[in-house]
Design a protein around this ligand. Structure first.
Ligand SMILES: NC(=O)c1ccc[n+]([C@@H]2O[C@H](COP(=O)([O-])OP(=O)(O)OC[C@H]3O[C@@H](n4cnc5c(N)ncnc54)[C@H](O)[C@@H]3O)[C@@H](O)[C@H]2O)c1
Length: 256
């Protein structure tokens, strides 16, 4: 039986894109409860289901995340999977020589704080809830954390200094997180994404999207949010996966 069956998942950024697809996928596959934590409104189509709940809050806020985790735990009786999908992007060169303008310090801080500090904040506050679970008989496992980063951590493109730094930091957190939590049977992995068809890419012109599509090896297409959701399920199902960054990108290598 799939590990999704009967699970309770706390998913950040679940009102859109990768998080939303994951939430819907887990619901379809028999999750006991899915919890959407996001700054924006929640997917209408699942709002009325008993095994869905949502909280509008900011991953950077201790107060918001603590309140949401407690509400999720009380409503569904446990939390065994945390998926961190909340994130923002910024594109600006370190220095725009034509406009004589340096990269905004606030833009760097914002992307770093939402993507990296937000992931850390959710994980540190969720760990205590995952620990409440009784370890499973076969492997002594209590729970799972999945983070999301981007291939900009490896092949950062022009204008991606801030975003790449945040993605790299999330990747680097993966092993120490898994070591800190492995002692009590909690796994931690990061999915490093290539380019996916989500609102995050909505601002890109068609020629750029075509270029990105051509940068994949095969299949020659951008990622679908459901590709990400299916990897979450695969990670849940395979308890021997731990402490690593998995690239999900169709073999894409990014150029300038
Ligand atoms: N789409 C891609 O091609 C791609 C590539 C690499 C990495 N990623 C990463 O995947 C993650 C999900 O991206 P997506 O494509 O689904 O984007 P998206 O914009 O569709 O979804 C991101 C969600 O995060 C929420 N969010 C933003 N800031 C928040 C905050 N402070 N607190 C709580 N929620 C917040 C947004 O409201 C939104 O619903 C992001 O971390 C992104 O950096 C995406």
């Amino acid at each position: 039986m799939s590990a999704v069956n009967g699970c309770v998942a706390f998913i950040t950024g679940a009102a859109s894109g990768l998080g939303k697809a994951t939430l819907k996928h887990l619901l379809t596959k028999g999750a006991r409860g899915v919890y959407c934590f996001d700054t924006q409104a929640f997917p209408e189509e699942v709002e009325k289901r008993d095994n869905f709940a949502a909280y509008r809050g900011d991953v950077r806020s201790e107060e918001n995340v603590s309140a949401a985790l407690e509400e999720c735990y009380k409503k569904f009786g446990k939390i065994d999977t945390v998926v961190n999908c909340a994130g923002v992007s910024v594109a600006f060169r370190l220095f725009n020589f034509k406009k004589n303008r340096a990269h905004d310090l606030k833009d760097f801080a914002d992307v770093f704080q939402v993507n990296c500090l937000g992931t850390f904040n959710v994980n540190r506050l969720a760990a205590g809830y995952l620990y409440k679970n009784t370890p499973d008989e076969a492997n002594g496992l209590r729970g799972l954390i999945i983070n999301t980063s981007g291939n900009a951590a490896f092949d950062g493109q022009i204008g991606q200094v801030a975003y790449s730094a945040a993605a790299g930091a999330i990747n680097s957190m993966t092993l120490p997180l898994a070591r800190d939590l492995g002692v009590v049977g909690i796994r931690c992995l990061t999915i490093s994404c290539g380019y996916f068809k989500t609102p995050l890419l909505a601002h890109l012109p068609k020629n750029i999207l075509d270029f990105l599509e051509n940068s994949t090896l095969c299949p020659k297409r951008l990622g679908e949010p459901t590709d990400y959701a299916r990897l979450v399920e695969a990670i849940m199902d395979n308890e021997y996966l731990n402490a690593t960054v998995i690239k999900l990108d169709g073999g894409m290598r990014m150029f300038l």
